[in-house]
Design a binder for this molecule. Structure first.
Ligand code: IPE
Ligand code: IPE
Ligand code: MG
Length: 234
């Protein structure tokens, strides 16, 4: 089957899922965090090498203070429960986003996870926290402009050189982008990196997105005809 090296997921629908169970939205975020472990393990077993998950966007600060506070505490809970297992499985944790805008404790937990797993060579588990693609591209443009001003970069930059300024510089392009919970939009996620990604929108909310649903997405991906602007082989 066609290989999916890099899958990205917009993990949406935690709040609605919780509400449907008569639970507070925060219970949805907790169930969602636990599901990150389940799906990371499944993705690794299905041969995915890079799994990039949207956990908190630059726009999510608009939410109620209590909800944001709860989400900011989740990484500590999550890594306490699962970090040892991730290390044992050889996962490498990468956090994408502007970490210096996060509460100190949250940032520290995320930096520790990266540090502890930096020599691992298994699944790259990329978690986007305070991530927004427009912000990422703006920061990249700033860094590039600075390099030009200071004589380190030429004005004739090509796409492959510009990519080195993005937060995803160490990763290949996204092959498959999945969004859960029935919404069909991108919400400021990986705009550059999904240029030729295949898209899959599934009705399941993130807490009910099982390895079986992931398998279904990969099967559908396997049947897609990726052309990259060329012409289909006869
Ligand atoms: C995704 O679930 C998690 C975050 C955006 C932090 P939501 O919290 O957006 O859940 P819905 O979309 O309101 O159901
Ligand atoms: C996108 O979901 C962000 C994450 C999943 C972290 P949102 O729920 O924030 O997106 P919108 O507001 O419905 O577009
Ligand atoms: Mg949502």
């Amino acid at each position: 089957m066609k290989e999916c090296v890099h899958a990205a997921i917009i993990m949406d629908g935690n709040g609605r899922w919780a509400k449907a169970q008569g639970l507070p939205r925060t219970a949805g975020h907790l169930a969602g965090a636990d599901n990150v472990r389940t799906i990371a393990i499944a993705a690794d077993e299905m041969g995915i090498r890079y799994l990039t998950l949207y956990a908190f966007s630059t726009e999510n600060w608009k939410r109620a203070r209590e909800e944001v506070k709860y989400i900011m505490k989740l990484p500590a809970v999550f890594f306490k429960k699962y970090m040892q297992e991730f290390i044992d499985r050889g996962f490498r944790m990468n956090i994408l986003g502007e970490l210096d805008r996060l509460p100190d404790n949250t940032r520290k937990v995320l930096e520790d996870a990266m540090e502890q797993s930096k020599n691992n060579t298994g699944l790259n588990l990329n978690i986007c926290m305070n991530y927004g693609s427009q912000r990422e591209i703006t920061l990249a443009a700033r860094a590039y402009a600075k390099d030009v001003l200071e004589g380190r970069a030429s004005l004739d930059i090509e796409e492959a050189d510009f990519e080195k300024y993005l937060m995803t510089k160490d990763f290949p392009p996204v092959d498959l982008l999945i969004r859960t919970s029935g919404e069909q939009r991108i919400s400021n996620y990986l705009l550059w990196q999904i240029a030729y990604a295949e898209l899959a929108f599934v009705k399941e909310a993130w807490p009910e997105f099982t390895p079986e649903v992931l398998r279904r997405c990969l099967e559908e991906y396997g049947h897609r005809d990726r052309r990259f602007g060329g012409i289909k082989d006869e």
